[in-house]
Design a protein around this ligand. Structure first.
Ligand SMILES: Cc1ncc(COP(=O)(O)O)c(C=O)c1O
Length: 425
């Protein structure tokens, strides 16, 4: 029998392959020993772990305000809530993102308006423009799988309609696009520190903001009661009354803040490894004509923690089979759109948004995104990947593509507009 390229498990965060150094553990241990786990105690803001973490984030991202919170979802919701949109306001967001993005819009009292993604799975700005109306009160942009969205184009639409932009930068901490960190282009940027992200505290997140008053509201909403929001300002705080806002207890605790802050020291190294592994693999499969590797909106605007490629000329069934063949070779590949895998990054699985609609009716809402996702394969590239792991990945992709090409004429390019998709059946 044919021998698999690798038998070792493919390294991913949920198997413990995380970029955490023993040195990083000293700070949370000390925070535990201090027995002061709540961020708002008798200490001065700058003497708390959360305060220090926020200061480091401000420096790193070059933003005036940062707030550590309990999750990326909470950060997106706070970014929107602090804009005080009217209840039920339409908020545009892409159809390719984790289900947490539309969920956060709902948490903030809004209604998601789904926007198409282009063939590179980026927010389709032309579709955004088509769907804009006075009822759309904000845009949530997502830098999905560490690829920057086209921020100048999206901001131009937002400016034309005079509406705010919140960036779901959860998957993209450390990514610089056009000289600026993702998450710092819009009115607010949301990040996560869940284990699969650039900083790993198990769960957690943070929000960055430009405007001091919006930030003050976000701080109160996150659970800073009885004047505690004022501690976040070195000078006079904005004149808001905190009793005007509900308290959602989205605060980050001291132990996680200590860990996240410690991990920031190694973030540049993590980013270097991701980029160098990704570029190496992409270079080594560049000659495979049937594969279209996801392209960035501007050269270099990706992190490299996920390899997404499309097989644009074959049916969804074949894409699913290619992903299965890669898994048999020992690589955790996933066809993004597979009937047997309810992937919550595909909008048709957000049934909570479309009660009463059939999957086919939901897919028909974004036909282009449906088609592009039906061709896509997603492979996680952990920062713990060694060169040998990358070589396995290259060998597995080459082997599967060559084998399928020799046994299936259907892997040869066909006209894109006659592509069958599972959902068309
Ligand atoms: C694009 C995107 N947005 C939001 C989230 C939610 O982040 P969290 O799990 O920290 O709430 C995720 C989680 O992976 C995500 O990928």
């Amino acid at each position: 029998m044919d021998k698999a390229v690798r038998t070792l498990p493919w390294p991913t965060y949920d198997k413990g392959n995380v970029f955490v150094d023993d040195e990083d553990l000293g700070a949370p241990r000390q925070a535990l020993a201090n027995r002061l786990y709540f961020r708002y105690d008798y200490r001065a803001y700058n003497d708390t772990e959360t305060g220090r973490f926020e200061a480091a984030l401000r420096r790193y991202l070059g933003v005036p305000h940062a707030l550590a919170v309990s999750s990326g979802t909470a950060a997106i919701a706070l970014g929107l809530m602090s804009l005080e949109l009217e209840p039920g306001a339409l908020v545009a967001c892409p159809g390719f993102t984790f289900a947490a993005t539309p969920s956060a819009i709902m948490l903030a009292g809004g209604r998601p308006l789904l926007i198409e993604c282009d063939h590179n799975l980026h927010f389709d700005v032309a579709d955004l423009e088509r769907k804009m109306s006075p009822a759309v009160r904000a845009i949530v942009v997502v830098h999905m799988r560490g690829f920057a969205s086209d921020m100048p184009a999206i901001l131009a639409v937002a400016n034309k309609w005079n509406i705010p932009v919140v960036e779901d930068a959860v998957p993209s901490l450390g990514l610089v696009a056009g000289g600026k960190h993702t998450g710092t282009f819009g009115d607010a940027g949301a990040f996560s520190t869940q284990s699969d992200k650039s900083l790993n505290t198990g769960e957690g997140g943070f929000l960055v903001c430009r405007d001091a008053t919006q930030f003050a509201k976000a701080v109160v909403l996150s659970g800073a009661y009885e004047g505690r929001f004022k501690r976040h300002f070195a000078g006079p705080p904005p004149e808001i009354c905190d009793l005007d806002y509900p308290l959602f207890s989205f605060r980050m605790d001291e132990i996680r803040a200590a860990l996240a802050h410690a991990e920031m020291a190694r973030l540049p190294r993590r980013l270097e490894i991701l980029r160098s592994n990704y570029d190496y693999v992409v270079d080594q499969i560049a000659d495979l004509e049937r594969i279209s590797v996801r392209q960035p909106v501007i050269p270099g605007s990706y992190l490299g923690d996920s390899l997404i490629f499309r097989l644009p000329h074959v049916s969804n069934d074949h894409v699913v089979q290619v992903a299965a063949a890669l898994r048999s070779e020992g690589v955790d590949a996933r066809a993004l759109a597979s009937a047997n895998d309810p992937n919550v990054r595909c909008f048709w699985n957000w049934r909570f948004l479309f009660r009463g609609k059939s999957p086919a009716e939901i897919r028909a809402l974004l036909p282009a995104t449906t088609q592009h996702l039906s061709h896509a394969i997603d492979i996680p590239m952990s920062p713990t990947l060694t060169r040998a792991d990358c070589d396995d990945l290259i060998r597995a992709i080459r082997k599967v593509m060559q084998r399928r090409a020799s046994s299936h004429a259907d892997l040869a390019p066909r006209s894109a507009d006659v592509v069958e998709t599972a959902e068309a059946k």
